[in-house]
Each structure stands twice: as C-alpha cells, then as structure tokens.
Ligand binder design. Structure first.
Ligand SMILES: [Zn+2]
Length: 541
C-alpha cells in the first residue's frame, strides 16, 4: 500500500511539474510580442501571390508569421482585415540626404509607404560622409537611410571645375577619397554625367575610380550621359564601368527623354539584356511620371562653366559666347519636331531669386514680363535663371507608353528621384509625394500594367537585393519589421504638378524597425530609422 501511495504521489508530482512548465511557457509566449498585425493579406515582396497571415513583431524584427496568432498577446495589435501587409518600400533613388538633418520626419516619404531612403544619387553627396552620418544618427530619423558616394562631389573636391582628365596624382586622390567614403558607410558610387563636373569625365576615369568599389564592395548607380538619341551608348558606358569592375550597375531614372526616340524602347533593352546575358548584373529604376525635374545647366554648352561660376558670368559678357549659349539652349530644350510648344511644357519648380515664377511655365513667365513667347526670349529667360543659380524646373518630355513599357520590365525598380519636402515650399515635382502610391493606384489598380505583387517586388526585394541589404525588403521571419499596410482598393497618389504638397490616400499604417511612424493618417513623430552602411564599412576592423 505504502509503495503504491508513494508511486501515485510521484506520478502526480511529475504531472504537476509538466503542466506547470507548459503553463509557464504559455504565459511567456502570451507576453512575447511587441506588436501583432492580424488578418492581413501578406504580399511578401518576393513577387509571389498574397497569402493570409498574422504577423508578430519583437525587438524590431518579424518574430512569427502564422495562419493565426489568436492566443498570442502583444502591447499593440493592428487589425488589418482587407488590407495588404507589405514590406516597407525602399526608395533606391532619392536626394533625401540634402535635407535629412532639417526634415528628419521624412513625412513626404512615410506617407507613401516608404521606410528606407537611399541618397547620394546622380553624382552628389553630403561630404564627408563619416561626419554626416554621425550627425544623422545623433539627430535621429523616421526612415532608414543609406547613401552613395558621388563622383561629382569627389571630382570637385580634388579638381575643382577643371575640364581635363585627372592626372595620376589627382586620380590617386579621388580614389583615396572614395575609399574613405566607402569605409564610412557608402553603399557604392554614383555618377551624374549630365551634370558638372561629371560631364567633363571620360569612361576611363569612371572605370578606374569604380575599381575601388570593385575592391571594397558596393554598386554603381549612374545618371547616364544621355537619355535621348545617344541613350544606347550612354547605357553601354555604365555597363562598362560595372563589367570591368564586377559590380552591380543601376541605371538611374530610366526614360526616353527626347521625342525623337519615343517608343524606341529597344534602345534601352538591347544593351541591358545583352549585358545581363553575359552575366553583368544590370538593373534600373524609374519614377511613374512623364515629366522630369532638374536645373538648366545640362542644356547649355558645358565648356562655359569651366573654372567655376565667376568665369561663367564673365564669358556671358562676350556677345559671341552669349549667342552660342542661346542657340544651344534653343536646340537642346526649345525645339520640337513633333510640334510641341516647348515654352508651355517647362515649369519653374523653385527659384529663390524669382519666387513669383514658381509653378508657372516659360510662356506664362514671358507674358508676366510683357515679352512675346518666342524661343529666343525663352532662351534669354533660361540664361537669366541660370545666372542666378539655384533654380529647378519641371520638363514634360516623356511619352506615357514608354513609362508603361519600362515598368513591365522585370529588372526595373521604382525610385522617386525626389527629395524631402517642407509642405507648401515651392512647387516641386509631385514624385516626392506620390511615386509609390501612384504605381499602386494608377498603374496597378486602374490600368493593370503590372500586378500588385510585381509592383511590391520592384519597391522592396529587388532594391534590397541590388544593395545587398541584410534582412530587409521582404516579409520573412527574422527580417526587420519595416512594414507598410495599405488598402489596395483605395491607395492613390493625390499630389499633382499644380498641387504637389498633398499626401497620398490609402496608406493605413507604416512601421520602421517595428515602431509605428504613421497610423490612420497621423505621423507619430518617432524616429526609429537606422543608418544602413555598405559592405565596405565592415572591412574597417
Ligand atoms: Zn539624376
């Protein structure tokens, strides 16, 4: 009897301990998560069709993806019934670095679902990077942020506005500076070959400079030399830089920006597909609009800028040079073979000197000045604006069919080419507010150009893969919880060329590193963003 009693007592004790352990484990899992997103349609960034799941987030990362997490508890629960749960969008092509310290809330990007911004594009970056990135980290940012080192910045630093190719000593110094920027965290090298002083460089110079990226790791992003009749050669130049150094190539803001080559997309696809076929990693990014935005300097003969601004102003005093500048602008910017009135298609986005011009086209400005709308007067007006410096404009110079056909290419990503904006300041290109929501609303839902899953892939895993970002760009366990939740039936850009300062509709919630930065149309003011450094920075130690 005694033995029996102690045996059942022992059994009871064992059972009791097992149950207690299970109970304690349950309690622990119940309190395990920081945030849960329930019932969403997960578009995971891979391009696969959506699936229904619950997501749990802990310590900045996606901790669990399950059919149901009904038993689990978290401090915050987001109900996402009927909504798409996607990786936060990664904008591989921005100029956000220029204003990141003054606009750390990144509102015009968060409001379209963007959680990672890449700056330093088109050849220009905040120099020197180590200092800049330290300031960004100290200040805090709402989005994640990564940056490229710009060739124009580095060349200007070493050679000023010299037109000649670099001598061996200058080349060595440029390489040394690039190395320093890569070690400080740059993700690669960018060029702006339509801008100064990039226009003065040769392919050989770029190939040699980019060898530093080949050695330390990173990618090459290029605003190519020509986006019109010579676009094929310009793309081939970018490919050569990548191919010779075995680094990925991104052709920035791809477009056919000259009416003479509209609808000739093979000028782009032929060189890119041939390069990909021989194993060169070439991808592109694109913004979903038919208008570009930049300054005017690329429309002028480039030699007039040699030596800097003072010399440029002096040269314009010479009537012969002035006339040559005028005729070049007329030829490059104001002549149309399709009968398009160019004066009507160029708008001033921002001019510190002439704020009254902002939002008006050249024809309207000439009327304001009481001058006839001739191309000669248009060219004179452009010269006056360039003389004052610090002017940006909007040019309607693309064809809608090309925008759509480029979007269908599997190796084209979405990138805004925009910057951080202060609401109400200037009349900037609406791409800074509406790029990602415009693709989802207009091109996916309204026009059916690409599927929702394909659009999300172009905004997330493809840029993450190109930049070798670790654990970002997909909805996957162990990945950072950069997440955008949106209503696929309502998502839409509202920013227009006349009213660009308008946030998008349909973005329900945005998380950066697991923290909510936008919810029900309100910015939370949090700054959970991280600085994302490139592969080279890991080699420092
Ligand atoms: Zn550019």
């Amino acid at each position: 009897m005694k033995r029996k009693a102690s045996a059942s007592c022992l059994k009871f004790l064992i059972l009791f301990s097992v149950f207690s352990l299970i109970f304690a484990a349950c309690l622990r899992t119940e309190k395990q998560y920081d945030l849960i997103i329930r019932n969403g349609l997960v578009v995971d960034g891979s391009g696969n069709p959506w699936f229904r799941a619950d997501l749990a987030i802990k310590n900045k990362k996606i901790a669990a993806i399950r059919d149901h997490l009904d038993q689990a508890k978290a401090k915050t629960v987001i109900e996402a019934e009927g909504l798409v749960v996607a990786p936060g969008f990664i904008d591989i092509h921005t100029h956000a670095d220029r204003d990141l310290l003054t606009i750390p809330g990144c509102e015009n990007y968060i409001s379209q679902g963007v959680t990672t911004l890449i700056g330093g594009n088109c050849g220009g970056h905040e120099f020197p990077l180590a200092e800049f990135l330290a300031k960004v980290e100290k200040n805090g940012i709402a989005c994640n942020f990564g940056i490229l080192a710009g060739h124009n910045t580095i060349r200007r630093e070493v050679m000023g506005m010299k037109m000649d190719p670099p001598d061996p000593e200058e080349m060595a110094r440029m390489k040394q500076l690039l190395r320093k920027e890569l070690l400080a965290g740059a993700l690669g090298l960018s060029t702006g070959l339509a801008y100064l002083p990039g226009t003065y460089s040769t392919t050989e110079e770029l190939v040699e400079l980019a060898s530093v990226v080949g050695e330390l790791g990173g990618f090459y992003a290029s605003h190519i030399r020509n986006q019109g009749k010579k676009i094929t050669e310009a793309i081939e130049e970018a490919i050569a830089v990548g191919e010779k150094n075995r680094i990925p190539v991104v052709i920035s803001h791809i477009k056919l920006a000259d009416e003479d080559v509209w609808n000739e997309i093979e000028r782009i696809t032929s060189p890119v597909e041939a390069a990909r076929a021989r194993g060169v990693e070439v991808v592109m990014d694109q913004y979903p609009y038919t208008a570009t935005s930049s300054g005017f300097t690329s429309s002028l003969p480039q030699d007039v800028f040699e030596g800097g601004r003072e010399k440029f102003l002096q040269r314009l005093q010479d009537p012969e040079i002035y006339e040559r500048v005028r005729q070049t602008i007329i030829r490059n910017r104001l002549t149309s073979r399709r009968g398009i009135d160019k004066l009507e298609t160029i708008y001033i986005a921002r001019s510190r000197k002439f704020p009254a011009y902002e939002g008006k086209n050249l024809k309207e400005i000439l009327a304001l000045l009481g001058k006839p709308a001739t191309v000669e007067n248009g060219a004179d007006l452009i010269i006056d604006l360039v003389k004052e410096g610090d002017v940006s404009a909007i040019f309607f110079q693309m064809d809608e069919r090309d925008v759509e056909n480029l979007m269908k290419l599997p190796f084209v990503m979405i990138g805004s080419d925009g910057g951080l904006q202060v609401p109400g300041q200037g009349i900037p290109h609406p791409r800074s507010y509406g790029t990602f929501t415009r693709v989802l609303g207009h091109y996916v839902r309204e026009k059916g150009i690409i599927s929702l899953e394909e659009a999300v892939r172009k905004m997330t895993s493809l840029p993450a893969q190109t930049m070798r970002l670790k654990n970002r760009g997909m909805i996957k366990e162990g990945y950072y919880a950069d997440i955008t939740i949106f209503n696929p039936a309502e998502v839409k850009d509202l920013a227009t060329f006349h009213e660009p300062h308008r946030y998008s509709a349909g973005i329900a919630c945005v998380l950066v590193n697991g923290e909510v930065v936008l919810e029900k149309g309100l910015f939370t003011g949090r700054r959970p963003g991280s600085v994302l450094r490139g592969q080279a920075s890991e080699k420092k130690f």
